[in-house]
Write a protein that binds this ligand. Structure first.
Ligand code: ADP
Ligand code: ADP
Length: 226
């Protein structure tokens, strides 16, 4: 069973050309799937329909064997990692990671264990008392991922997380994200308009154009048959 199944997904805003036009993609368990294409091709809309931030006009969205079309975002057990990481500047790294567990009223001992396990995995143990303002971009990214891990989400979803960074930092972060995703083995869907990001990060790449899925292939296949 695929981790995420998009089955003939359509999104129609008003009465124009569909923003997402009959797209079917299976994302395998642990797979890193890229959605790539020029601005306006529908990739953010598709990602938002996976997370539940956008209604689906027609088609079925499945997470595991659950149809989630009508489920609220909080009931989908997915973690969206935003461009600006959305960290709380006044909270320490520890409290930023713990935040979803506090909301869920997780008992203190269990919370502490989950936060410390995630911090160890992400090599943040030495930074738990710091505030986001004193961290590097890469460290902030890891805190954002830590917050997703402690919730034990079924998948990470990224919407152009690197697009505001300069080229050097973008390269570093790309490496970091790829390394962490492989280590954690968490199913990931990652939206970008950047070809290099698509070709270096993805296990597979879904190429969108004007709402249509044009190609779905590994980076190697795309190099050999562009
Ligand atoms: P991308 O993420 O690839 O840049 P989007 O998914 O944001 O593309 O947009 C796909 C198309 O849908 C674009 O033509 C965009 O203008 C349109 N669109 C996106 N959101 C809305 C909305 N809320 N209302 C109407 N049209 C929208
Ligand atoms: P991005 O490409 O970074 O997603 P956009 O500028 O395309 O940003 O979209 C920003 C917001 O505006 C999104 O919430 C999107 O849904 C909305 N939007 C985009 N295109 C339209 C549109 N044609 N009509 C109404 N809302 C739109």
């Amino acid at each position: 069973m695929a981790a995420i199944t998009m089955n003939h997904i359509v999104k129609q805003y008003g009465d124009g050309f569909p923003a997402v036009n009959d797209i079917s993609i299976d994302v395998a368990d642990g797979e890193f799937m890229i959605l790539v294409g020029p601005s306006g091709c529908g990739k953010s809309t598709l990602l938002r329909m996976i997370v539940g931030l956008e209604d689906i006009t027609s088609g079925d969205m499945m997470i595991g064997d659950r149809r989630v079309n009508d489920l609220a975002p909080r009931d989908r057990n997915l973690a969206m990692v935003f461009q600006n990481y959305a960290l709380y500047p006044h909270l320490t790294v520890y409290e930023n990671i713990a935040f979803p567990l506090r909301l869920a009223k997780t008992p203190e001992a269990e919370l502490d264990k989950l936060v410390r396990d995630a911090s160890a995995t992400l090599e943040l143990d030495e930074h738990l008392d710091r505030k986001p303002g004193n961290l590097s971009g890469g460290q902030r990214q890891r805190v954002a991922m830590g917050r997703a891990i402690v919730r034990q989400s079924d998948a990470f979803l990224f919407d152009e997380p690197l697009s505001n960074l300069d080229a050097k930092l973008r390269g570093q972060m790309r490496t970091e994200i790829a390394r962490l995703q492989k280590r954690l083995g968490i199913t990931t869907v990652y939206v970008t308009h950047d070809q290099t990001e698509a070709m270096t990060l993805g296990d597979r790449v879904a190429v969108l154009k004007r709402g249509i899925l044009q190609q779905l292939a590994t980076p190697r296949e795309l190099y050999e048959n562009p």
